[in-house]
Write a protein that binds this ligand. Sequence first.
Ligand code: ATP
Length: 240
Amino acid sequence: MSEQVLKVAGLKVAYGGIKAVKGIDLEVNRGELIALIGANGAGKTTTLKAITGTLPDCKVEGAVTYMGKSLKGSQSFHLVEQKLAMVPEGRGVFTRMSIQENLMMGAYTRNDQAGIDADIAKWFDVFPRLKERAAQMAGTLSGGEQQMLAMARALMSHPQLLLLDEPSMGLSPIMVEKIFEVIRNVSKEGITILLVEQNAKLALQAAHRGYVMDSGLITMTGKASDMLDDPRVKAAYLGE
Ligand code: ATP
């Protein structure tokens, strides 16, 4: 049996009277790229925040298990030490640090300087725009460039699980293509990924399995290739 990296069971989240997540189960196994798709407001971001323990003060029920251990009470700075990295919606780069410094921050749990330097060089090869601007403040980058930097920074920590929240949001089509190429390559390298996306087509084309979320519930799950052919998914999420 494949090794389970993440298990979410019976998760419910309510913001005051608003039930954003109404009891969902999902699993991510080692090496998988999982797409969590669904319309605006379906509860996808809330699910990721529940996994990382970064929700505001609100009611959370259910269990989140990561590498066999409960994540309850874990704080975000401990997550990187547990090799869990998240690229939040809106990217969250350190705007007043340089690109180079952002990448080094991503590796703060590591002490293999030669490996860190090699990884920075690798990401500069993948994203030459970042290399050209290495000394520039991250806040001066375009949205797409910040997305590249946020992904590279998250991967500098060598995560066991990478959580991506809407990486394509607000990006030009060329940038979306580039980001997805990187996601596919990172997945091929064996990193386990949970990808939240509104661009259902690209997400399912890249993923092994998918989950559809609607009004706080998982309404469908299966092999991503089957979901791409499913008439309900086509009608509701692929615009076909
Ligand atoms: P999007 O793609 O727009 O981010 P989503 O699927 O990620 O959508 P969530 O952001 O998780 O959805 O939102 C789910 C529901 O919870 C929505 O009805 C939203 O308005 C509500 N919600 C989210 N954050 C809060 C908050 N901090 N306080 C109150 N309600 C919230």
